[in-house]
Structures are given as structure tokens and as C-alpha cells.
Design a binder for this molecule. Sequence first.
Ligand code: AMP
Ligand code: MN
Ligand code: MN
Ligand code: MN
Length: 277
Amino acid sequence: MKADLHCHSTVSDGVLEPEVLARRAHANGVELWALTDHDEISGVARARTVAQGLGIRFLSGVEISVTWAGHTVHIVGLGFDDTNHDMVRGLEAVRSGRTDRALEMGRRLQKLGIGGSYEGALQRASNPALVSRTHFARYLLEEGYCSTMQAVFDRYLGEGKPAYVPMQWSTLEQAVGWILAAGGRAVIAHPGRYNYTPVQFGALFDTFRDLGGQGIEVVTGSHTPDQFTEYAQVARHYGFLASCGSDFHSPHEGKLDLGCMPDLPAGLKPVWHDWIH
Ligand code: AMP
Ligand code: MN
Ligand code: MN
Ligand code: MN
């Protein structure tokens, strides 16, 4: 089963429309697909229509921003009812702080001598309610302030850097709660990206599991091959289901194209094991 259960469209910080992504997934041989935009599910129905028309098995998806122990964690939801009222309302609340945050990022960049970044980011965001650091990063790149996306985050936008504006996103309880109440499965996205101590990681995995979280991303564009192995062990240790996703945003950014990931390591139960036969 060639599955890609993590990617982004213009509904959040991806550059391709949901329909275009569906066609790309098909062209790349994806058999099971989920669109997982940040804090927004309005692209799901659009993606589903085209994907199913092309014969792809489709799961609803979302990537919810969470603040846990002072850092941002991303929780992917899969296979939920995307018309669920509490989920839709909850995500609206998660998105609501983004405009003020973007304005503050613009002010901080201005102080660093970088003008017009709020307007530049907004112009690059197809969804004005979802201005993300990615949109700022694209502006800074195109204006020549940095030569790589990584450099933009290392110098300006990453946690603790001068234009980083801390956010209080949803709680882990809320994010997992919305996903489960809408009939879906919760998955910790790209665990290798978080700056927690080993003790904090243990607490995150325990708390997530106690809340009813079931899955963890093992193979993702954000992990090195060593991390595939590391998080395969975590999945086995905690009894988590394993997920895989490219985290594709754009044909010009990131390591992995849609659907172009290595297989999950052997001996793991995939997150779709009892959904797809
Ligand atoms: P936000 O939700 O506005 O905080 O933006 C987070 C997004 O920024 C992530 O989903 C990634 O798409 C992007 N991002 C974060 N860190 C990096 C990085 N080091 N390199 C490239 N993109 C990044
Ligand atoms: Mn993103
Ligand atoms: Mn993420
Ligand atoms: Mn993502």
C-alpha cells in the first residue's frame, strides 16, 4: 500500500490547490492519501472529490497546532468526520491568533531592517486566515534576505530567533479530543523535530496515549533515515500505530515529493491497518 498521509495545499501553507495535489498524488502512484492542512479542513472535500474520482483511497486529514510544555507540537488527525461541528469550531479558534501574530512578526522583521514582510506574507497566503511562517519565509527568500528556507528559520523565524512570536495554540487534550470525538485517529507528527528532553518525550508519549492518541509518524520528510529507525522503536515500545507522510508543501521545497517516501520499517502496524484491506 503506497500511502501518503501528510501534505499541505493552498488552504494552509502549500502552494498547490487541493485538486492539483490529488492529481499529483495519482500521478505519483499514491493508493491511500490524506490532505492534512494546518488547522483547517476546508480543502478536504475538494481533495476527496478528485482523489476518489481517480480511484485513490482517501482519508480526511488535518495537522493541528498544539502547545505542550512550552513548545509547539503538531497532531495529525485522520479519518474523522470533516463536517463535525466541534472540530470545525475548534480549528477556527486555533486559527484566530494568526493575524495578530503575523502583524507582530512583521513589526519584528521591520526592526531588523526587513520591510513589507507582513504584506508580502499575506499576499502569498491564499487563505488570509492562515498566514504562516512559511509565507514569511517565502517572502524573505524571494526578496533575497536568505538563500535557503532553512537559513530563514535559523536566522529569523525558528523558535527563539528574533522574529519568532510564541503562540498559545490548542492544548493536546483539545486536539486529540476533537479528532476522537469526530471519529478519527490522532497521530503525533514528525516527533524528531521537537526540542524536548528524553523525560519530556516520555511524558508526551504517555500523555498522548492516555488521551486516546494512537499513532506516531515514523517515516516523514522531516526525519533522517536514523530517525525512521529511532521512531520505529518508539512505536513498538509504546504500542503506537505507525504513519508515513511526505509533508509535501511545494515542488520547489522540501526533501520528498508527494508519495515518494521509503516504506515503513518492518514489524510496525500501519495507522490504516484496520481501515484498508
Ligand atoms: P506556523 O504554523 O506558522 O508556525 O508555521 C510552521 C510551518 O513552517 C511548518 O509547517 C513548516 O511548513 C514551516 N517550517 C518550520 N520550520 C521549518 C524549517 N526549519 N524549514 C522549513 N520550513 C519550516
Ligand atoms: Mn507547513
Ligand atoms: Mn508539522
Ligand atoms: Mn505538515
